[in-house]
Design a protein around this ligand. Structure first.
Ligand code: ACO
Length: 257
């Protein structure tokens, strides 16, 4: 997007052509023009009825705007901000979360698919000290979904009424923490208080841990049982996993009662 002034005249631009603005930014007419023009172009590109990035909406907010420019050209922008969201999982359990959200993301049509989006996104990840799976995405367009799948292998999520996308990996560390707590202290209060859906998640984690462990020990076991057919070892492992899992599930059903 071409302007008739150097972008660096209205905002500070680093050596990579990046600018980071926040709502407390000192306003000036040229900066307002950049935000207005880019906001309108983004809304048009996404077929939105309403512009979601404008000076009026941006100033006084706690949002941040990442801008990539080159001389008089503004190449793209990315807006993030924190939101309070309710997320429903497959069992119907609703969780309240406050993730940092990608609210608006636009690269000018003339330079799309040249890595500018990735540059902007990576700059934001560095500055916000966050990884892509810990972000929520407001009504992501097919292009953004393609972008996230290609660069970050993010694709699994449960559609929500609020249209925010939260990828399944968002919740993974939490499961791991609960699992670790359980292993360290099986009778801990946290374990006693956890809800049934969490227990199902824990079983999932246990299963995947067991699978990883069984893969790691596969070579070792193969060495030890050279005379044994390979499928005999696998069958035994699977039987053990099945028995352990069944045991855990019935123990949890007993607890619930
Ligand atoms: N069609 C399909 N996928 C696309 C397209 C497109 N036209 N453009 C980018 N992508 C995806 C693809 O995965 C692509 O990889 P590929 O070219 O190998 O297929 C990848 O993004 C390219 O990565 P970058 O070059 O780093 O991304 P780019 O600079 O194009 O920026 C962005 C990505 C911001 C999504 C840009 O395409 C854009 O502005 N699109 C129009 C506006 C939009 O849809 N914004 C997202 C709105 S949702 C929100 O803001 C929460």
């Amino acid at each position: 997007m071409q302007f008739n002034f150097l972008i660096s005249k209205c905002m500070s631009v680093n050596e990579n052509g990046m600018s980071i603005l926040n709502g407390a930014q000192q306003r000036n007419p040229q900066l307002d023009e950049v935000i207005t023009t880019m906001g309108e172009a983004s809304a048009k590109a996404q077929n939105l009825k309403q512009v979601i990035t404008s000076p009026l909406r941006f100033y006084q907010s706690d949002q941040k705007l990442y801008i990539k420019s080159e001389g008089k050209q503004c190449l793209g922008m990315l807006k993030v901000g924190r939101k309070n969201l309710f997320h429903r999982d497959l069992s119907g359990l609703v969780k309240e979360i406050q993730p940092l959200c990608v609210l608006d993301f636009y690269v000018h049509e003339s330079v799309q698919r040249k890595g500018i989006g990735k540059e902007l996104f990576e700059e934001m990840l560095r500055c916000e000290i966050i990884c892509p799976e810990k972000l929520a995405y407001d009504r992501p367009s097919p292009k953004l979904l393609g972008f996230l799948k290609k660069h970050y292998h993010l694709q699994n999520y449960i559609p929500q009424n609020n249209n925010f996308v939260i990828f399944s990996q968002y919740f993974e560390n939490r499961q791991q923490q609960i699992l670790n707590n359980q292993l360290a202290s099986p009778q801990s209060t946290q374990y006693q208080q956890s809800s049934t859906p969490l227990k199902v998640e824990q079983l999932g984690s246990l299963m995947s841990q067991m699978t990883i462990q069984s893969t790691q020990s596969k070579n070792q076991q193969q060495k030890e049982s050279k005379t044994q057919a390979p499928w005999a070892t696998d069958q035994k492992q699977q039987q053990n996993m099945y028995q352990t899992t069944t045991g855990l599930m019935s123990a949890q059903i007993q607890k619930k009662r």
